[in-house]
Design a protein around this ligand. Structure first.
Ligand SMILES: Nc1ncnc2c1ncn2[C@@H]1O[C@H](COP(=O)(O)OP(=O)(O)OP(=O)(O)O)[C@@H](O)[C@H]1O
Ligand SMILES: [Mg+2]
Length: 230
């Protein structure tokens, strides 16, 4: 499966400059991609555009070669395949408990209670959240919130996971664990796109680094390859 950005321009309401300014990109399932670039370069905007929270005012987003339709069923189809873990987990978690929050996605996809329950247990184990399922989401630490938000997205079994700076709030023990979760996802065929300011992490972890600058792709390539910065 492929997600393609063709000359994508995105503008926030009330601003005349575009936050994304002609992004051209192809992402394939199974890829490990790091998204880097300075503050305001458009990383979060790109992620929100990838699952249809933001809509291009010019250009197009394609899922397997077909332009995304921004009606109810088109967005449902896009979001079934493309998940985003927000930069700030407080924007993502809004249910009373971690359990409820994780089950929301599968229930919205139309799964039965029993199937949603199975998915919650599976991703809770995957993300090490078994002990926290009954906890109110506001009573979690920053890193726990990040893992709960990640679990909520994984419960929808996305084919493309956009993770916005999820490693930032993690301690030195949890960070490798979350990276391992991302690795296992990529190994299972999901594309993982991680936005990060940590260039060392980007080069060590990713198969491809995409460098955004001023809302467009400035450079991209295999980390370590001598040609990628040219
Ligand atoms: N909700 C918003 N309303 C208006 N403008 C916004 C909004 N969110 C972001 N922008 C603007 O869009 C541009 C891209 O921002 P974006 O958040 O995508 O950058 P980023 O690369 O994720 O930055 P950071 O590294 O700080 O997270 C910036 O100029 C920013 O000021
Ligand atoms: Mg951001």
């Amino acid at each position: 499966m492929q997600l393609t950005f063709i000359d994508v321009h995105v503008r926030y309401p009330g601003l005349d400059i575009s936050a994304l300014n002609g992004v051209n990109l192809e992402i394939n399932t199974g890829e490990r991609v790091a998204l880097v670039g300075r503050n305001g370069s458009g990383k979060s905007t790109l992620m929100l555009t990838a699952n249809g929270i933001l809509r291009p005012h010019q250009g197009a987003l394609l899922l397997d070669g077909r332009p995304v339709r921004y009606d109810r069923s088109g967005l449902r189809e896009l979001r079934r395949n493309v998940g985003v873990v927000f930069q700030n987990p407080d924007d993502q978690l809004f249910s009373a408990s971690v359990y409820q929050d994780i089950s929301l996605g599968p229930l919205n996809l139309g799964l039965t209670q029993a199937e949603a329950h199975r998915r919650v247990q599976e991703v809770a184990e995957f993300c090490g959240l078994q002990e926290l399922l009954d906890r109110p989401t506001h009573a979690l630490s920053g890193g726990e919130k990040t893992r709960a938000a990640l679990a909520g997205v994984l419960a929808m079994s996305p084919r493309f996971l956009f993770a916005d700076e999820v490693t930032n709030s993690l301690d030195p023990w949890m960070r490798p664990q979350v990276l391992e979760i991302l690795d296992r996802l990529a190994d299972s065929g999901c594309a993982v796109i991680l936005a990060t300011h940590d260039w060392a992490l980007a080069s060590a972890w990713a198969q491809r680094v995409i460098w955004l600058e001023g809302g467009s792709v400035f450079r991209q390539g295999k980390p370590g390859a001598s040609s990628w910065l040219t």
